[in-house]
Design a protein around this ligand. Sequence first.
Ligand SMILES: [Zn+2]
Length: 335
Amino acid sequence: MMGEEKQDVLLRDYYVGVDLGGTKMLAALIADDGSIIAKEEIPTLAKQGAEAVLDRLGSLIEDLLAAAPGGRGVVRGIGVATAGTLDTAKGVVTLASNLGWRDVAVASVLSDRFACAVRLENDATAAAVGEWLAGAGEGSPDCIFVTISTGIGGGIISGGRLIAGVNHNAGELGHISIDGNGMLCPCGNVGCLELYASGTAIGRRGAEHVRRAAESAGSGGALTRLAGGDPNRVDARLVAAAAAEGDAEASGILREAGRALGVGLVSILHLLNPQVVILGGGASHIGEPLLGPMREIIAERCLPSIREQVRFVASALGSSAGAVGAALLMVRDQK
Ligand SMILES: [Zn+2]
């Protein structure tokens, strides 16, 4: 009977991982091996302000704990993944434009409520850790996570360590320049990878095509038809759908984006010599029309000694990666 009692105690110790986004927040109860015991997602409703958002996040965590197997759980630590500028040492979101937040003390609010340690981490970095330890990274000591969605972000694991940088800003893969005379990026650099290969970039080029077709009174093909002739309705998903219907212009847009991704990745591969590159984010689901041209560029341009060692795999954790990684960073802090 001793064994059962002991197991019961273990069942009640949880870590909580949170992915706090501009539109949705996901919270998950996580075991210390990274497996998800329960999770739930609710709208962030950022316009209600930071206090209301954190109050609803606290209630979400309490609901998860109350419904946990083995009875109401005890939180050993909370990891929060979020975008924006963070002061990780103080647990403060310094500036997050997607939430409209400035100097919000997330860690102290949650640690007061749950009487446990709280750790903030950049969302793409946290997702990289989640995939590395409990997802597609298979525990490889040298893996890179690349997320292709609205922008392009990532995280770097090298020699079995997370490369976070001096103030947790490492892994800004989307702002590697692939054209020294290219488009100006809001970050201040020019020719940034995400201006050419993100979901936003694919959608923008698709919209330009539909606009040109409307101005020239041309047919515009499947993309124009799927958009109902309205450039504002074009996004990466629509471009991919048009390409699947054989629209040559849409296929060309994906091909150019894929080649740009390849150019950026060649630099990343040359710098870090990884074993695994994990591709995640909404636009990665476009698949071959985007990833085929990416691989072509890598085959042409990457040093063989580096290219022959690397495998490209799809994200295994999807939208849960950030929450899992944030919790696992908390677990590692406590070991
Ligand atoms: Zn940039």
